[in-house]
Design a protein around this ligand. Structure first.
Ligand code: PG9
Length: 636
């Protein structure tokens, strides 16, 4: 009978014609599904309607709502594996079926204004209302209006809403915390983009992440992200070296049609354009009124700055700190949402993603959205790499190293030790040549999204090929006889001079494995970066007002590295690498001072000799000063 009535719905052939196969409107037969899907256009206060997919478990009754707001297509996020089971269709970015579907939540995913199914105009990480946004709407009002609609239109809900998301969607989860809707009970920004200049997607300490150009191109060119970046060279090294500067590469692809590209070109320094949209600073002023768990990945290749910066900003005020939670684990960008027993070559011997979701995230959400008698996780849950253990604590060690730190001092003859060298330790030199920049991964450089790209794991890749280069200065300690644990942001104090008038400094803190690792042979001699970053030299004194470097005059380059929570095990050595390019992830510094590096002509790119002042260079790490004898005596 069912087959008969379906056939009756098909269209009849017109006389002398042919019947089309497709009905005017195809109805999915979903009566056996364990959920109902509704696609709705939710009106905002300015009349713009936002496309929203709602998945309601059929058993839902008094169920809490989990919202994600995204520029990456709400429809795509739940249609990877079409199925009658809600947990099976939730395979996309930020869907964690073992928490969200299995937890009985009503799942809501919405396209932000201007992207995919939503109306309105798109602005990259749309700044909140204020000096950069003179309209009456932003992502916080859009969240408010959405929550208001949801609690009045979903009778199956308990009118309690949580917002959750990774990266860009972590940014939207943060923006929900400004003038929050009273029904917003909890927020979970995971790997959020917070400050695009200081250390997230666009720049790190002023060095531009040239390999984000393809993202900006695709995201900002059209509503549906249809045009894809093109490159006529397989190796991204060639693309960007031939292109000379990031500005020229973008212009060669017509990117001056894109508003955000022009903003980047116009704001190379940390001026008010960037400061006024740094969400950590804005949220610190606003105050945290909703319980929030920040999630940070120790090897986040995209947003390694935001979660920790927000954590430190909110820790400063007791009322904000009372709503603040943090989890950090051994993941790449978003790795906590997936199976995470390994990352690249590094083995954690257990699925750390599952641990986070089941032992930390699940009770945290349930406490605030379902039942306050469910015990909360610790304020800070963190995974210590090296030892591979989870730890609970009340707070992270402070961001600076004013107390509780010890210094890893550079030594003559490429050494590294906990004691300062004698005066007159001299300098160590290398030549940085922009025509032969140091790459961040071995060539061919396969960018994010290219088949075979190591992008997702590159921060854990073996650094030994770089330590062998003459333009990478390498300092190595003796062999550790005892474990040495650091937890916090290492602080670099590098004193160096250059024959140029500008220059970049990349500093990498590395765990060198023993020559042989019997249980995992390929790890013998492995050089694992535990924390690393770059500083563009012109910003050494002021991030806002760049200054040329006086040639041949030692300067202090002081900056924080990303947080590490790591034990260097006995038998391992500690290494620091210093270099002046990290290409093509970061654009090349011409090493001759020009007003705007985005527009530097080819003639400005010149080799420079760098001299590092050994006695005045060190890294402070959060750890008690170890007793003498921590390093095995050197073999003669
Ligand atoms: N890292 C990506 C991003 C976030 C925010 C702005 C631009 C890019 C992301 O994974 O969403």
């Amino acid at each position: 009978f069912a087959a008969f009535s379906m056939a009756a719905m098909a269209q009849e052939a017109p006389p002398g014609g042919i019947a089309p196969d497709m009905p005017d409107k195809f109805q999915v037969v979903d009566s056996s599904f364990d959920y109902v899907r509704k696609d709705v256009m939710i009106p905002m206060r300015d009349g713009t309607k936002l496309y929203t997919v709602i998945l309601i478990p059929k058993a839902a009754h008094d169920a809490p709502i989990l919202l994600t707001r995204t520029p990456y297509s709400a429809d795509r996020m739940v249609s990877y594996a079409y199925s009658g089971h809600m947990s099976s269709i939730m395979q996309g970015y930020d869907n964690m079926p073992d928490v969200i579907a299995d937890g009985g939540y009503i799942r809501v995913i919405q396209d932000v204004r201007g992207k995919h199914g939503s109306e309105g105009s798109y602005v990259m990480a749309r700044p909140l209302r204020g000096p950069l946004n003179g309209t009456q709407v932003d992502y916080s009002t859009d969240t408010w209006d959405t929550i208001e609609w949801l609690i009045h239109n979903l009778p199956q809900s308990n009118k309690k809403v949580g917002i959750i998301g990774i990266s860009y969607d972590g940014y939207t989860a943060l923006t929900a915390l400004f003038h929050p809707h009273p029904a917003l009970k909890v927020s979970v920004p995971m790997n959020p983009m917070v400050d695009g200049w200081m250390g997230d997607d666009w720049f790190h300490n002023g060095a531009f992440r040239e390999e984000t150009l393809p993202y900006i191109y695709t995201q900002d060119a059209t509503r549906k992200s249809t045009p894809k970046w093109w490159a006529s060279e397989y190796d991204a090294y060639d693309v960007y070296l031939k292109g000379v500067s990031a500005g020229m590469v973008g212009k060669s692809r017509g990117m001056e049609q894109i508003g955000f590209f022009n903003q980047i070109l116009a704001h190379p320094a940390y001026d008010s354009y960037w400061q006024d949209q740094a969400v950590d600073k804005l949220l610190q002023k606003e105050g945290l009124k909703v319980p929030t768990m920040l999630v940070h990945s120790l090897w986040d290749q995209e947003d390694i700055y935001g979660a920790i910066a927000t954590y430190y900003a909110l820790q400063k005020s007791p009322s904000s700190a009372s709503n603040l939670y943090l989890t950090m684990g051994p993941w790449n960008h978003g790795g906590e949402a997936k199976e995470a027993g390994t990352l690249g070559d590094i083995d954690f011997h257990a699925d750390t993603g599952l641990y986070f979701r089941k032992k930390v995230l699940e009770p945290f959400l349930a406490h605030y959205l379902k039942d306050p008698s469910i015990p909360l996780p610790a304020r800070v849950t963190s995974f210590r790499t090296g030892e591979n253990v989870w730890e609970s604590s009340n707070a992270l060690p402070s961001a600076d190293c004013t107390s509780g730190c010890t210094s890893l001092h550079f030594q003559p003859e490429h050494g590294l030790a906990f004691t300062a060298p004698a005066a007159g330790a001299g300098t160590q030199q290398y030549v940085s040549d922009p025509a032969h920049p140091v790459t961040y991964i071995p060539r061919p450089v396969l960018t994010k999204g290219v088949p075979g790209s190591p992008w997702a794991k590159w921060l854990t890749m073996d650094q030994r090929n770089f330590s062998a280069r003459p333009d990478v200065l390498t300092m190595t300690s003796g062999v550790l006889t005892q474990p040495f644990t650091i937890k916090g942001q290492p602080v670099v104090h590098l004193t160096a001079s250059t024959t140029g008038t500008d220059g970049d400094f990349v500093v990498k803190l590395i765990d060198v494995y023993p020559d042989e690792v019997p249980e995992q042979r390929e790890m013998g001699g492995y050089q694992l970066m535990v924390s690393a970053d770059i500083l563009r030299g012109r910003y050494r004194k002021s991030l806002e007002h760049p200054e040329a470097i006086p040639a041949n005059t030692p300067q202090l380059y002081k900056f924080n590295l990303p947080v590490a929570d790591h034990t260097f095990l006995p038998g391992h050595r500690i290494m620091i690498q210093v270099q002046s390019s990290w290409f093509p992830l970061y654009d090349r510094n011409p090493q001759t001072y020009v007003d705007n590096i985005f527009l530097a002509p080819a003639s400005a790119y010149k080799p420079a000799q760098i001299s590092v002042d050994v006695a005045n260079s060190w890294i402070d790490v959060h750890a008690p000063t170890p007793a003498a004898g921590i390093f095995a005596p050197q073999k003669p």
